[in-house]
Design a protein around this ligand. Structure first.
Ligand code: NDP
Length: 254
């Protein structure tokens, strides 16, 4: 029987922002596909609780606590992770949302948003790519967003940061494909996480969302796992520089 191209046994994956929400769901999906996972975030206690839940399920899970917006911390953090073993898969997931009308949007909040959603993707991917390039292989998945495709009030800086990550994904493919790396994006629609708590609790927003989304509902974080495993595995061996939208059809219709 042909081997399963979605099988991640023997691969080690680093997932940023993996203590909760989408990052934790992606870590679980990769672990279920056979990968050993390394959970990143800033709160070691939260990461340890998430990792021990995964270990209880029989999966291999380590933690690597560092702030992805600090280039020195990223270099040291990636060096510590690679000292324990190779990184075959990187999921750049850590991100934040900040909402305000653009005319009132504080400059320091803009800086915080760009540092977390864009600069950090560069810092982490650069450090990990320098480890992957000599090995001639590696999979990087950057978490993008449907917001790069929509004009929605109050989130222009967030949308801009995610649009830049979409373009950075293509650029990483352009620079690193020749070294055997694959860099793709995964763009979630609206998912019920802590980031969206205020929206989830707002019946008017939920009604708008369910009407605007062909699937007629919010996404569940576990519904992102299949696309992540696809992009992290041999099943996507000729897919590079692309963004897969997992959005219940939201970006397919006006
Ligand atoms: P959450 O707010 O639930 O989780 C975000 C995670 O990012 C947390 O674990 C947080 O960890 C981590 N993080 C934030 N800043 C840093 C930092 N400086 N260094 C390390 N880790 C950090 O968000 P979601 O799970 O909803 O979102 C995950 C990703 O998916 C984000 O990139 C988001 O933009 C994107 N996305 C989400 C959508 C949604 O509907 N939820 C839709 C489209 C995209 P800690 O604070 O413990 O350090």
């Amino acid at each position: 029987m042909a081997s399963n191209p979605f099988n991640l046994s023997g691969r080690r994956a680093l997932i940023t922002g993996a203590g909760q929400g989408i990052g934790l769901a992606l870590a679980r999906a990769l672990a279920e596909a056979g990968a050993a996972v390394v959970l990143n975030g800033r709160d070691a206690g939260k990461l340890e609780r998430a990792a021990s839940l995964l270990r209880t399920g029989g999966y291999s899970a380590e933690i690597a606590a560092f702030d992805v917006t600090d280039p020195e911390a990223v270099r040291a953090g990636i060096a510590a992770v690679t000292a324990q073993g190779d990184i075959d898969i990187l999921i750049n997931n850590a991100g934040i949302q900040r909402r305000a009308p653009l005319q009132d949007f504080p400059e320091d909040t803009w800086d915080e948003l760009m540092r977390t959603n864009l600069d950090a993707v560069f810092y982490v991917a650069k450090s990990v790519a320098r480890h992957m390039i000599p090995r001639g292989r590696g999979k990087i998945v950057n978490i993008c967003s449907v917001q790069s495709e929509l004009g929605r009030p109050g989130i222009a800086p967030y949308a801009a940061s995610k649009g830049a990550v979409r373009m950075l994904t293509r650029g990483m493919c352009a620079d690193w494909a020749r070294h055997g790396l694959q860099v793709n994006g995964l763009a979630p629609g609206y998912f019920e996480t802590e980031m969206n708590r205020a929206l989830v609790e707002n019946p008017e927003f939920s009604a708008w969302l369910c009407n605007r989304t062909p699937a007629g509902r919010w996404g569940r974080v576990e519904e992102l796992g299949g696309a992540a495993v696809f992009l992290a595995s041999d099943a996507s061996s000729f897919v590079n520089g692309q963004v897969v939208f997992v959005d219940g059809g939201m970006t397919a219709v006006v």
